[in-house]
Design a protein around this ligand. Sequence first.
Ligand code: ADP
Length: 540
Amino acid sequence: MRGIMMDFPLTLTTVIRRAEQLFPHVEITSRRPDRTLHHTSYGAVARRAKQLAAGLESLGLRQGDRVGTLAWNHAQHLEAYYAIPCAGMVCHTLNIRLHPDDLAYIATHAGDKAVIVDDVLWPLFEKFRERTPIEHVIVIRHTGGALPPGTLDYEDVLARGAARAYEWPELDEYAAAAMCYTSGTTGKPKGVVYTHRSQVLHTFGEAFANTLGCTDADAVLAIVPMFHANAWGLPYLGAMMGARQVFPGPHLDPANVLDLVVTARVTIAAGVPTVMLGLLAALDALPTKPDLRELRRMVIGGSAVPQALIRAYRERYGVTILQGWGMTETSPLASVGTPPSWVTFATPEEEDSYRARQGRPSPFVEIRARDDNGHIIPWNGSAMGELEIRGPWVTAGYYESPDSGERFTPDGWFKTGDIASIHQDWCIEIRDRSKDVIKSGGEWISSVALENALMGHPSVAEATVIGVQEAKWQERPLSVVVLKAGKAATHEELNAFLAQQFPKWWLPDATEFVDAIPRTSAGKFLKSALRERFAKRLMA
Ligand code: ADP
């Protein structure tokens, strides 16, 4: 027997319509390139999104067409996030931190027909535009400079759209809404294509009190870029819940972010650990501390969150850290480190250590992990294996990529490439990415655990641990450390510090002190560059 309920599609259109009708007055604040603040509201953004959609149609764009964006986080980018999918087109965010050759490949592979680009990013766009099939270039002019030849002004496209009556089309919930390319572990970048349904369910998954717990009392600051992994879905979460949204524009430096947190009364800030480490250092250096009482929580993910960072924010600023784990392939948020209410922690540090894990899967997300021999590992917190995942916002393949199959198990679970332990309560603990794993004499050493511990040393600003070739054990850990200004430490001191927590055979064989650790396009430590640089360090 079949149930008798309406066949009501889960589309982003319902989310945007809700924001327009219920929260028209709720504010959206963005920092412009000239550092001034721009204020608008869901009412205005939703109205302008319709104008943009109609304007794109007037250029000849149709449902299914890919429209790229090359832009920082701001209200116009939000309009594109709403207009493009709700018009039935596909919003393809291009990562501004990638090399122009990669951008040329990605825009061509995705078949982008139009692109919306920030004037301040024009020099980057020019480097790959000619190598793509892009027909229409729409420029958001923040600075009032001249419009590059052969391009359209974003406001003119909206004005064209405003000239006609426009209603959002009815869409199939399985229609593509957005796409993001992931760097992948090997080979060319691969495209993940989200559906309306997956985006809507992912937004639900984020909203629960036990996940991000977002309400209409919140102001959400997405420091995480809108050009990487959908800004973790926050633009849709805000619209569904009626939360204020705050965008840093191109100004991601600690001083500007802090100022935004205070002036826009941010309650939830989201970003990768490196950004939040920078923010902490800037806070610590201030003679007079800003009032951060309203900042209820910081959502940090993208790479492992050091326990020392969690503790520092709690002790010194009263800010709670919520760790999220996920991937471009999982929309991205798949698990959140909210401690269960029935667990009592003897000390605040014990709770910090729970929060330093990657948390339990969101509702509808299922996980398991498999060891080297292909066996599913027990949930005992110590066995390690590759994490596998399934759920309604997990990708089922890659766009036009014939070798997608390798990333899936025969029964259809996605192989994450992350090495994890699973605790009894289903809490995930990421030990490594499979490409970063250190195997010493056939045994795994968790680089994540070592680097997180190192970042708890009082002299260490940033640290990462890589596996490098070694004669006896094939591979051994090597620490790469950035010291805090005016502080000193030796390899022996750092190892003595690690020895309090780890067995002797885990301790790094050497420490390289560097000025900075190279970053990926998403602001994570670029370990592959360090592995190349220090490949022979232990072979001398
Ligand atoms: P990439 O980093 O390859 O450009 P993603 O942004 O999709 O692409 O990265 C996903 C990966 O980031 C995960 O597979 C995992 O290795 C890492 N990651 C994300 N969140 C966390 C976290 N909270 N702790 C540890 N690793 C994380």
